[in-house]
Design a protein around this ligand. Structure first.
Ligand SMILES: NC(=O)c1ccc[n+]([C@@H]2O[C@H](COP(=O)([O-])OP(=O)(O)OC[C@H]3O[C@@H](n4cnc5c(N)ncnc54)[C@H](OP(=O)(O)O)[C@@H]3O)[C@@H](O)[C@H]2O)c1
Length: 231
């Protein structure tokens, strides 16, 4: 199975890419041109990785060419408010890239689309509204789709420092969530809103991509189910 990973350079991407490789998936890793240049100047192996596809997602023809022959797109792309000062917006980073990837996936005949979203997508506030819009684009694509809705992502204790750094949550919080999530009564709330290790989310995405049937199947993976699929 050939999978195009958008957001491969991010905190989640750096965890998902080796897991997907170990699972036997053939990967194409998207790099933005500016990021590829930065990685090359730092001597990062990713800059010379044969799996890298360096292009701007706004370049529709290049994107379709990169997606041809793929069985799935996995999008881990996203920005955050503190990057707005560097020119990112929710429209350009999240919504616009989802639209571009879905459009190109359809044009290239890619049957599956997996999106990393967030708990509460579609709820109040600009971030959750934006996540809801990304999900709508994917759900209405006509492709088979899966949407993943984690709460706060927790990085591995040890691991490569990434271009975007580690995702930090208070020490012990993830272990507490893992321990309390099976408790009757409160377990589902804990599983849904407690911090979750990035590996669990990444593993859930890798497992789902291989089991999602082509032809329009749709899945929302969140709360207890997300922990179980990624266990
Ligand atoms: N962090 C959390 O606690 C959390 C919780 C719930 C949901 N989420 C969601 O999970 C996803 C991944 O989070 P993360 O923490 O792994 O993200 P991250 O470390 O900030 O990585 C973001 C990725 O998106 C790419 N990107 C941003 N704007 C882009 C654009 N315009 N075109 C192409 N690529 C672009 C970045 O590429 P460059 O390297 O080129 O910048 C990077 O690979 C996001 O959608 C986020 O909203 C995160």
């Amino acid at each position: 199975m050939v999978v195009f990973v958008a957001g491969a350079t991010g905190a989640t991407g750096q965890v998902l890419v080796p897991l997907a490789h170990e699972a036997g998936l053939e990967l194409r890793l998207h790099l933005r041109p500016a990021t590829a240049a930065k990685l090359a100047s730092e001597g990062s192996p990713l800059a010379t990785d044969a799996r890298a596809r360096v292009l701007d997602l706004g370049d529709r023809d290049a994107l379709i060419a990169a997606l041809r022959g793929c069985d799935a797109v996995v999008s881990l792309i996203g920005t955050m408010k503190r990057r707005f000062a560097q020119g990112d917006t929710y429209e350009t980073s999240d919504v616009g890239t989802t639209r571009a990837l879905v459009d190109a996936a359809k044009a290239a005949g890619v049957p599956r689309f997996l999106l990393l979203s967030s708990v509460g997508a579609g709820g109040g506030g600009a971030y959750l509204q934006m996540k809801g819009e990304c999900e709508r684009i994917v759900r209405e694509s006509g492709l088979s789709w899966a949407v993943f809705r984690p709460s706060a992502l927790a990085s591995p204790a040890k691991g490569a420092a990434g271009t975007h750094g580690k995702r930090w949550v208070p020490p012990g919080a993830t272990a507490l969530t893992a321990g309390l999530r099976t408790l009757p009564g409160v377990g589902d709330l804990v599983a849904r809103y407690g911090p979750i290790p990035i590996e669990v989310v990444a593993r859930a995405m890798v497992r789902t991509v291989t089991t999602l049937a082509p032809g329009g199947e749709g899945r929302i993976v969140e709360g207890a189910a997300l922990w179980e699929v990624g266990a």
